[in-house]
Design a protein around this ligand. Structure first.
Ligand SMILES: Cc1ncc(COP(=O)(O)O)c(C=O)c1O
Length: 370
């Protein structure tokens, strides 16, 4: 029986269509701007998100880093959520490479930052003691809240605070299209308040590698210089960009609209897990409030976060030995992520396996599903 890998949507495999497009891609030297497939991908991404220009980069981390380098001077400061990927999971690139500090705000359960907190976090530019507030960064969808999508109005409110102080807004949209699909908005509407957006091709969109940053021409020109500085100029990168062009096709030909299937599967998983003894609320910002029961309504995109009333390491080992892989997430949580490789029957089998594994590690006797 196949392993059901729910650790992340980064485990997705390129589709047959992508592999064909990659094999047939016209390529050139992208550092010289001569790779027609990379150029087409950058134009397509910019068009979809309603921005002037785009740049193809190797990863979401590089997308955020070149965006920070494009917006933030040395000695600058970024206002960002304490639980954001930029703060927690990018090896302090803001400090090491950009030379910037981050003023960390409390992330809210809906994935947003409080506009009043942001307004209060700005430094005094006339005081030479203080760093220079140079960027507000938002994560959409927001992973630690359970991948909550942040809507247009909330994004616009935050952008208004930033722009009112002459500072741009960057959106880390690693799973931006999950937000677009969940909110039933268009990508350009959701991207409109932001000055730059990076999105990953290699997560729910199933490409083997790559992210795109979009923004106005000047921002992308600076990001291009930053990419070169980081050694991220990839020459005949069209073989990778070709998969991205397949992913960004309209309708059923592409990989965006089908994200709705992943969201439906995540909701199905959450609803069933809520009934499993020993599965409980993930707590923290993923499910605030005193309810111990997992709330399926928090599964708004493709993440299900929960806690188990058992030793977590033993539980994860017990599901893995039965062919279901889950992620040990921060805050003592367990993460299950639905994606292109997961169908509804996998969800049902995963629930049975989780129930059996939990019963085992909690000491009960149950039949192990085959
Ligand atoms: C919210 C968020 N931003 C950025 C990234 C970085 O993407 P990559 O792994 O491609 O560097 C991730 C990766 O999981 C992410 O979840």
């Amino acid at each position: 029986m196949n392993t059901i890998d729910l650790r992340s949507d980064t485990v997705t495999q390129p589709t047959d269509e992508m592999r064909r497009a990659m094999a047939a891609a016209d390529v050139g030297d992208d550092v010289w701007g001569e790779d027609p497939t990379v150029n087409a991908l950058e134009e397509r991404a910019a068009e979809l998100l309603g921005k002037e220009a785009g740049i193809f980069v190797s990863s979401g981390t590089m997308g955020n880093l070149v965006s920070l380098m494009a917006h933030v001077p040395r000695g600058g400061e970024v206002i960002a959520g304490a639980q954001s990927h930029i703060v927690r999971d990018e090896a302090a690139g803001h400090a090491v490479v950009v030379g910037a500090s981050v003023l960390q705000l409390r992330d809210r359960p809906d994935g947003t930052l409080d506009p009043d907190d942001i307004a209060g976090a700005f430094r005094d530019p006339s005081d030479p003691h203080e760093p220079i507030t140079s960027l507000v960064a938002l994560e959409n969808a927001h992973s630690h809240s359970g991948n909550q999508p942040i809507g247009i109005a909330a994004t616009a409110r935050i952008a208004a605070v930033a722009h009112g102080r002459g500072v741009p807004l960057h959106v880390d949209g690693a799973r931006f299209f999950n937000a677009v699909v969940a909110l039933e908005v268009t990508a350009d509407e959701l991207a409109a308040p932001a000055d730059s957006v990076t999105f990953c091709l290699s997560k729910g969109l199933s490409c083997p590698a790559g992210s795109v940053v979009v923004g106005e021409r000047g921002v992308i020109a600076r990001a291009r210089r930053a990419r070169k500085l980081l050694g991220g100029g990839m020459r005949q990168a069209g073989v990778l960009a070709a998969a991205g062009l397949v992913a960004l096709r309209d309708g059923d030909a592409g990989m965006i609209t089908r994200l709705a299937d992943d969201h439906a599967n995540a909701r199905r998983l959450a609803e069933r897990l809520a009934e499993v003894p020993g599965v409980g609320s993930p707590g923290d910002i993923a499910q605030p409030g005193g309810d111990d029961r997992l709330d399926p309504a928090r599964a708004t995109t493709n993440f299900v976060l929960f806690r188990v009333a058992a030793d977590r390491a033993a539980f994860l080992a017990a599901t893995e030995s039965r062919g279901v892989r889950l992620d040990g997430y921060p805050h003592g949580q367990v993460r299950a992520v639905t994606h292109h490789g997961i169908i509804a029957a996998d969800v049902d089998r995963a629930v049975d396996v989780i129930a059996a594994a939990l019963a085992e590690v909690r000491g009960a006797r149950v039949a192990v599903p085959s």
